[in-house]
Design a protein around this ligand. Structure first.
Ligand SMILES: C[S@@+](CC[C@H](N)C(=O)[O-])C[C@H]1O[C@@H](n2cnc3c(N)ncnc32)[C@H](O)[C@@H]1O
Length: 351
C-alpha cells in the first residue's frame, strides 16, 4: 500500500478539480479515494475481490442511515439456532481461528452480503474485512484468534502457533463490532463525489470504461512488484469471506499478476502501458511507484521507459527518484523475508 500523502501530492501537482484520475492496480483504493477527497473524479480496477470491495466502499460510500438500516435488518434476520444447524464442513483452521458463535455470524454474513451488486453491502463487507483478523489480544475490534492484521497467515502455521502459545479464539459479536465501525467510519464525512471501480484485469479497462478513453488526466499507480508474495495468497481469509475457497490459493480466484521471473513481469508492464495508451488524455501524467529487489533502480527505470513504447503515444520520462523501504509489519510476521530494498518513483508525461 502506498501512503496517502504520495497520492495526495501527485494529485495536487498534476491535476485540477474535475479531472479524471486513474489507478489500474488500485489495491486498497488509496489513489481513487484521495482523488475524490481532492474533488477529482476517480477510475480504478483490481483483480483481487478484497481490493475491489474495499475500494468500492471508499469511493461509493452510502449514507450512514442506509448502512445502519441494513445492519439492523441483518441482525434482526439472524437466527443463531438455525445458523448452528447448517452443516458447514470447514477445515480445522476455522475452529482454531474463531469462536463457534462468531464463526456462525461470519458464515451468515458471508452468505447474506451482496457486495458485488450493492454499495451498502459492499460497505458493510469492507468493514467486516477490516475486522476479520488482527491482534485480537490487544484490540476487541478483531474477530479472530491472534493474527496479523495485514496478511492472513497460512492455516498449518497458524494452528501450530496458537497451540504452542495456548491462544484461544475470542468470543466476539460481529454485529456489535460492525456497529462500532460504522460510527468510527462516519466520524469524518466520506467524500461527496463517487468514483468507478472495476473488479477485473486492468487489461479490460479501456473496453469496460470505453467512455473514459483518452480522458484520464493523471494515473498514480503501483503495479505488483517482481518477486513479491501473491496478493491472493496473502489475503486468503478475506477472500474466503467474499466467497472464495476456505484455504490459501495462488492464481485461482483472481488473476493476480504476481511474477517470479522477469519476462512475464515485463510483459505485464507492457500491457499496463497498452492500457494507459488508450486511456490517457493529451497533456497527462503517469506516476509509477515500483519496488526493486534484485535489479538495481537504473535498470528498472530503463526497462520501464522502454515498456512505455507499448502505449503507442509520445511519452517522456520527466524524472525518477529512489527511496529505501522501511521494514514492513508483514515482514515481521515472516521471519527470513527481506522485503524490497528500495522503491523507484517514475514521472512520465504523455502528449
Ligand atoms: C502493489 S498493489 C497496489 C497497492 C495500492 N497502490 C495501494 O495503495 O493499496 C498491486 C495490486 O495490483 C493488483 N493486480 C495484480 N494483477 C492485476 C491485473 N492484471 N489487473 C489489475 N490489478 C491487478 C493486485 O491485486 C494488487 O492489489
Amino acid at each position: 500500500m502506498f501512503p496517502e500523502r504520495f497520492a495526495q501530492h501527485w494529485i495536487s501537482e498534476m491535476s485540477a478539480p474535475g479531472d479524471l484520475v486513474l489507478d489500474p492496480f488500485c489495491g486498497r483504493g488509496t489513489t481513487p479515494f484521495q482523488a475524490l477527497l481532492q474533488d477529482r473524479r476517480a477510475l480504478a480496477s483490481d483483480t483481487n475481490a478484497v481490493a475491489y470491495c474495499v475500494t468500492r466502499a471508499k469511493i461509493n460510500a452510502p449514507s450512514k442511515a442506509r448502512v445502519l438500516r441494513r445492519l439492523a435488518q441483518l441482525r434482526r434476520d439472524y437466527d443463531p439456532t438455525a445458523e448452528a444447524q447448517r452443516t458447514q464442513p470447514l477445515p480445522e483452521f476455522f475452529g482454531f481461528a474463531f469462536a463457534p458463535t462468531t464463526l456462525n455470524q461470519l458464515l451468515y454474513l458471508r452468505r447474506r452480503l451482496r457486495w458485488r451488486t450493492s454499495d451498502t453491502d459492499a460497505f458493510i463487507a469492507a468493514l467486516l474485512l477490516g475486522s476479520l483478523h488482527g491482534e485480537s489480544d490487544r484490540s476487541a475490534a478483531y474477530l479472530s484468534n491472534r493474527m496479523p492484521r495485514t496478511i492472513s497467515t497460512k492455516p498449518q502455521y497458524s494452528i501450530r502457533w496458537w497451540t504452542r502459545y495456548g491462544f484461544e479464539p475470542p468470543e466476539r459479536d460481529a454485529f456489535g463490532i460492525l456497529r462500532q465501525r460504522v460510527d468510527f467510519r462516519y466520524a469524518t464525512p466520506p467524500p461527496t463525489g463517487s468514483g468507478e471501480v472495476f473488479h477485473g484485469d486492468m487489461r479490460g479497462l479501456p473496453t469496460i470504461a470505453r467512455r473514459h478513453q483518452r480522458r484520464v488526466k493523471l494515473a498514480v499507480t503501483s503495479p505488483p512488484y517482481l518477486d513479491t508474495t501473491s496478493f491472493e495468497e496473502d489475503q486468503w481469509l478475506r477472500l474466503w469471506f467474499l466467497g472464495g475457497p476456505p484455504r490459501p490459493t495462488i492464481g485461482r480466484v483472481s488473476r493476480d499478476d504476481r511474477h517470479w521471473s522477469a519476462t512475464p513481469y515485463w510483459a505485464l508492464i507492457a500491457d499496463m502501458w497498452r492500457c494507459l495508451g488508450r486511456l490517457m488524455s493529451e497533456d497527462s501524467h503517469v506516476i509509477i511507484r515500483i519496488g526493486t529487489h534484485r535489479s538495481p533502480p537504473h535498470e528498472i527505470v530503463e526497462r520501464m521507459e522502454a515498456a512505455a513504447s507499448f502505449a503507442r503515444r509520445t511519452i517522456a520520462l520527466d524524472s525518477w527518484t529512489v527511496s529505501d523501504i522501511v521494514r514492513r509489519q508483514t515482514d515481521a510476521f515472516r521471519p527470513g523475508t527481506h522485503g524490497h530494498r528500495s522503491e523507484v518513483d517514475l514521472v512520465f508525461s504523455v502528449t
